[in-house]
Design a protein around this ligand. Structure first.
Ligand SMILES: [Zn+2]
Length: 337
């Protein structure tokens, strides 16, 4: 932990126990908050790979829900569009199998409902993995080998070692390449990397709870359990990098697909990634044009006009410390970035 973070966290703890953070919460704290989760895994310790930084262990998730129940009002997800409903809403992104097998049963124990954000093309298996997971899994499989990557135009090969830092660094460099070049056809790039290295472009078998998606029957069952479904676009590309036509495909086609598979109307969008690096005003307009009534971002304070289509969300790190969790929910922590 850096000194800056240590100082901030000590300050947060001190202000919690002296009541300062509660005072902040009473004066300026949020009346309404949307929490985002991804994977909840039945492990005691999480892997420290870069791609796993949105994962939470099942026991920690359970404790975080207990914390929310004790200190805040967790509202039924059906009330999400009601601006007067003041409390906490739960959302879960990406539709991985652990959402059905592990996360939903824990929600049920707490009598909570959530919004699940789904990408139909990933559920249908048209695309084997979300691109960043796919690149990570390919690199992990290639440990000990020399691989060709676009980050130097496939000129010289990179040695993939068994070292965690090496895998994290290569995955991060690939992500940087995608963002710097604003790659629209990201799955084309994954195919290209596979071709250059003579790897098959197909699903890589790995921990199914972490890497396999739910199927339609399981998603349907979630709706029967009282949960709701949002579109997370068709393929989880970066919307900001796409042409108008491709944006409409991602937004409109996913809505139609979910509505016909689940026989219900889908009016909520969860932007993939959801930060200002992936969303601009044109993206918000495209979401509105596609017929969404609400859209959720993944940051505290979007530097876009506040509207139903730029709703902020926050996430918890995998921690159970009450003072720290409290500071996140109240928004107090974000004053000390
Ligand atoms: Zn996502």
């Amino acid at each position: 932990m850096s000194i800056k973070h240590f100082v901030r966290d000590s300050w947060l703890t001190a202000s919690y126990y002296t009541g300062l953070s509660q005072l902040y919460n009473a004066l300026a704290g949020r009346k309404r908050g949307i929490v985002s989760y991804h994977n909840v895994l039945p492990v005691s310790e999480l892997l420290s790979y870069d791609t796993y930084n949105v994962d939470v262990a099942a026991a920690v998730f359970d404790k975080q829900l207990t914390f929310l129940k004790k200190h805040f009002r967790v509202l039924p997800i059906q009330e999400l569009e009601n601006p007067k409903a003041q409390g906490i809403f739960l959302t879960v992104d990406d539709g991985m199998l652990n959402n059905y097998e592990i996360l939903a049963p824990i929600l049920a124990q707490h009598d909570f409902s959530a919004l699940f954000a789904i990408c139909p093309a990933l559920i249908d298996g048209e695309i084997p993995h979300i691109w960043r997971d796919h690149l990570f899994l390919l690199l992990q499989q290639a440990q000990g080998q020399d691989v060709l990557l676009p980050i130097n135009q496939y000129q010289r090969s990179f040695k993939v070692t068994a070292d965690l830092g090496n895998l994290n660094s290569l995955t991060r460099q690939l992500k940087k390449y995608v963002y710097e070049n604003q790659v629209a056809d990201i799955y084309g790039l994954v195919r290209e990397i596979c071709e250059k290295n003579k790897w098959p472009y197909s699903q890589i078998s790995h921990d199914p709870l972490r890497y396999q998606f739910m199927n339609w029957a399981q998603i349907q069952d979630l709706t029967k359990q009282g949960h709701r479904i949002a579109s997370h676009t068709m393929t989880h590309r970066v919307l900001k990098f796409l042409s108008e036509e491709d944006k409409q495909y991602e937004l409109l086609e996913s809505k139609k697909c979910l509505e016909s598979q689940l026989s219900l109307s889908v009016d909520i969008l969860v932007y993939p990634y959801g930060s200002m690096a992936e969303i601009d005003n044109a993206t918000v307009s495209a979401a509105q044009e596609a017929g969404y009534k609400m859209a959720l971002m993944n940051i505290q304070a979007p530097s876009l006009a506040y509207s139903a289509l730029t709703q902020p969300r926050f996430a918890f790190p995998p921690i159970t410390d009450t003072a720290h969790l409290h500071a996140i929910v109240s928004g107090y922590k974000f004053l000390f970035r």
